[in-house]
Every structure is written in structure tokens, then in C-alpha cells.
Design a protein around this ligand. Structure first.
Ligand SMILES: Cc1cc2nc3c(=O)[nH]c(=O)nc-3n(C[C@H](O)[C@H](O)[C@H](O)COP(=O)(O)O)c2cc1C
Length: 204
């Protein structure tokens, strides 16, 4: 199984990476896994310029006009069987780097558009080039009390838009210091179990 682990935190060895590593360990405990793990901020990924030519007017070109590391990453995404998306909570949502990465994944989507008799668009069904591949979500945040629904919703909704099948999530709270999560045995265990589910689970 080819697993791609996408880390939205810029902090090497931080909470998000530690949790993602436990998910990977869970995968490896039950399956033969080829892992590509990277920090989005280590890649040269320009901001989406909003031209929408990749997807609109439907069917769009299916490629991005910007030439950078994303070309190769999109090919790797298509070749991968499963994904881990990890992000810290930044300003109550996913990190800007991860959000831009998700935006730059738009060439993977095409839309089948429905028109009324007058040619007005009345609906659109998204068709994904990575439909039914599996994904797990990892979120770490500083606030120890309030689990922000927004960061979870933003990540989940986007992954569902790409028609990924979600194996589950780990949300770890109270991780302001870089090493905080190392003390959170329960969260690390949950991450490991999520990895097992990602590798061998089905029907989610
Ligand atoms: C710019 C910035 C914004 C943040 N915003 C929030 C926030 O809105 N809510 C929260 O609970 N933690 C927030 N945090 C704390 C991080 O989510 C937390 O430290 C996380 O565990 C960092 O993960 P990392 O070690 O993988 O980088 C923020 C941290 C930074 C640097």
C-alpha cells in the first residue's frame, strides 16, 4: 500500500508530526506500507491564483497553470492508496499552508454540470480522480478545553469533496509546547489504532 502523509505544520518534530508518525506506525504494524511523508512548507507550492481553469468551465483542463512542486505531488497523490492529513489548529482552522495545498489539489476534481432548459447551471456533481481512496485526519491544538469544530469541519469537508473515505481522526488538545503530545499516551494510542484501521479497515 502506498501511503502519503501530508503535514500542515511547519514545526519539525512537533505534535502533528509525532501523531502522524504514530498513525504510520499503526499502518506498518498490519500492512506492507510504502510511505511518502512531507511537510507542505518544505515544498515550493505557490498560492492558487484563482483562475479555475483546472475545473471550470466544466470539464476544465485538469491541470494547473502554475508550474511548481505541486505537479509532481499531484502525480504522487494519484498513485497513493491512502493519506494522512495532519494539521495544527491555526486561528481556529487548518494552517494556511495546508489550506493552499488543498486548493492546489483542485485539478483532481472535475464537475458534471446540470443545466436547465435555458442553459442556466442548476447543479454540479464533483467527480474526483482519487475517489474512494482512504484518508485519516490528525489535528493538534493548544487549547486544552475547547475542541474547535471549525478546524475539523474544514479538513473533513474538503477531504469528503475529494471523495476520500475517512477512516477517522485524532484530535489532540492542550499541545502548546512542541513536545506536549509525547505525554498524551491516550492520543498516541488512538493515532496508532487509526493507522491500523487506515491500513486494513473498510466500509467507512
Ligand atoms: C499562528 C498560530 C495560531 C494558533 N491558533 C490556535 C487556535 O486558534 N486554537 C488553538 O487551540 N491553538 C492554536 N495554536 C496552537 C497550535 O495549534 C498548537 O501549538 C499545536 O499543537 C501545534 O502543533 P505542532 O507542534 O505540530 O506545530 C496556534 C499556534 C500558532 C503558531
Amino acid at each position: 500500500m502506498k501511503l502519503m502523509a501530508v503535514i500542515g505544520s511547519p514545526r519539525k518534530g512537533g505534535n502533528t508530526e509525532q501523531l502522524v508518525d504514530r498513525v504510520i506506525a499503526g499502518c506498518r504494524s498490519t500492512a506492507q506500507v510504502e510511505v511518502e511523508k512531507f511537510f507542505v512548507t518544505d515544498k515550493h507550492i505557490e498560492y492558487c491564483n484563482g483562475c479555475l481553469t483546472c475545473t471550470f468551465p466544466p470539464p476544465g483542463t485538469g491541470t494547473c497553470v502554475i508550474k511548481d512542486d505541486m505537479d509532481e505531488l499531484l502525480e504522487h497523490i494519484k498513485e497513493s492508496d491512502a493519506f494522512i492529513f495532519g494539521t495544527p489548529n491555526y486561528m481556529r482552522t487548518v494552517t494556511p499552508a495546508l489550506l493552499n495545498f488543498l486548493a492546489r489539489m483542485l485539478p483532481l476534481l472535475t464537475y458534471k454540470v446540470e443545466y436547465d432548459g435555458k442553459g442556466n447551471m442548476i447543479g454540479a456533481e464533483g467527480i474526483s480522480k482519487i475517489q474512494d481512496k482512504k484518508a485519516a485526519m490528525v489535528i493538534s491544538q493548544g487549547d486544552p478545553f475547547f475542541s474547535s469544530p471549525l478546524v475539523h469541519m474544514v479538513l473533513e469537508r474538503n477531504l469528503r469533496d475529494f471523495r476520500l473515505k475517512l477512516a477517522g481522526d485524532v484530535i489532540s488538545l492542550g499541545n502548546l509546547d512542541k513536545q506536549s503530545v509525547a505525554e498524551r499516551a491516550e492520543d498516541l494510542q488512538k493515532a496508532f489504532e487509526l493507522g491500523v484501521k487506515l491500513a486494513i479497515g473498510s466500509g467507512f
